[in-house]
Design a protein around this ligand. Structure first.
Ligand code: SF4
Length: 386
């Protein structure tokens, strides 16, 4: 608050930036032009002040994480996104993996006595793993862990599943919900601008389909998240357009929990000639996301993708969630050249990360229900097993 007031009072910044700071102070929504101005003119320190003001107004020092596992049933995919380092086309099946149902269930059983609260299931779009296969799989997962929150399938996977099963999105989502699926992750959104989408992921679900699937899920009381893949061939205007479409849907349904900017990584994909963004640009992008997405409660940084240090820094640039323990052989991040080659942290390591950044670690459930407040946790206690 103090810092924001100083920016406005000193008045030695660009007039557009001062006006934006005033709007932020008054809690007003920014326009498209103002969003683009932030990208074009906003320096890191200025953006940090604005984003931190909103972050602390909404959450104080609270920084959320959860105890989750990721299951990636396969990386075989019928689609061919140019930025994807993870998938293998069906014709190169031998280079990929396909978990059997039993392997997936065994993974779940191996966490039987561990206090995880969420399983996150996403993967490639495999032609043989359809709607009914996954519905039954979720049912069996719930038989093993009735208490677990199942967050599963990007809109890209769902569009394909519903199309193959010849059901509407509503029918497909109802089937999954009836079998125990609780919510949707936010992947597959990439960048909504149709021209950019045509260049980087022409053959998968369209932006309109992505948004329709999330809207349908929200109507069925299945909340979801939303991502934005940034830092490739898109412009700042494309990022703001992407955020606008999400902001509009959120106004309509209120069903999104979290906005998750995802940094484009250039290792092992068809866009290796595109440079990656700098850490400064990543932090600017988090900050602008926090300022612009006024109707999203939470902004999340995936620590495996940007690394622990940048994730800690992001907590001063609007981020209030750093995802979870992600205990798994998760490959989505590491195959894309992420900072963290072995994306698993213990709960204690996550708590330490947050405490070291001067924030308050809160273990949450998927829907941000508070499970444990670790503000007074003494690291030498070593009392959080797992
Ligand atoms: S990004 Fe998703 S849909 Fe695209 S190729 Fe990779 S796994 Fe398949």
């Amino acid at each position: 608050m103090e810092n924001l007031g100083r920016i406005i009072a000193e008045g030695n910044l660009d007039q557009d930036l001062i006006q934006i700071a005033e709007k932020v102070k008054e809690g007003k929504r920014l326009t498209t032009e103002e969003g683009i101005t932030l990208f074009e003119k906003g320096e890191l320190a200025y953006l940090g002040v604005l984003a931190n003001y909103i972050r602390e107004k909404k959450h104080g020092n609270k920084t959320y994480f959860n105890r989750n596992i990721h299951i990636e049933p396969t990386n075989i995919c019928v689609f061919d996104c140019k930025f994807c380092s993870y998938s293998r086309l069906l014709k190169h099946k031998q280079e990929g993996w396909e978990m059997t149902e039993e392997e997936i269930l065994e993974t779940m059983r191996s966490y039987e006595n561990k206090p995880i609260t969420e399983v996150h299931i996403v993967g490639g779009v495999h032609p043989k793993m359809g709607l009914h296969y996954f519905a039954n799989l979720i049912k069996k997962i719930k038989e093993i862990r009735p208490d677990i929150h199942v967050k599963a399938f990007t809109a890209v996977e769902l569009e394909y599943m519903c199309r193959k099963a010849k059901v509407s999105y509503e029918e497909g989502l109802k089937i999954l919900k009836d079998h125990g699926q609780n919510s949707l992750p936010g992947g597959g959104a990439e960048i909504f601008d149709e021209e950019i989408r045509e260049k980087i992921c022409a053959d998968k679900c369209s932006s309109a389909q992505w948004l329709e699937i999330h809207e349908t899920a929200h109507k069925l009381d299945m909340p979801s998240n939303a991502t934005m893949l940034y830092g490739h061939i898109e412009s700042y205007a494309h990022r703001i357009d992407h955020m606008n479409r999400l902001r509009e849907l959120q106004d309509k349904t209120g069903g999104f929990n979290t906005f998750i900017p995802l940094k484009f990584r250039n290792k092992g994909n068809q866009m290796s000639d595109v440079d990656e963004t700098t850490m400064i640009e990543d932090l600017r992008n988090y900050a602008i996301s926090r300022v612009y997405m006024d109707n999203f409660d939470h902004i999340k940084a995936y620590w495996p993708m940007i690394g622990r240090k940048t994730a800690q820094a992001s907590l001063n640039f609007g981020v209030n969630d750093i995802d979870g323990t992600i205990d798994d052989t998760t490959k989505i991040y590491s195959m894309a050249g992420s900072e963290e080659q072995s994306p698993t942290l213990t709960t204690e390591q996550l708590i330490k990360m947050v405490l070291d950044a001067g924030r308050q670690p809160i273990e949450r459930g998927t829907l941000y229900e508070v499970i444990n407040d670790y503000s007074d946790y003494k690291l030498e206690d070593n009392s959080v097993a797992y």
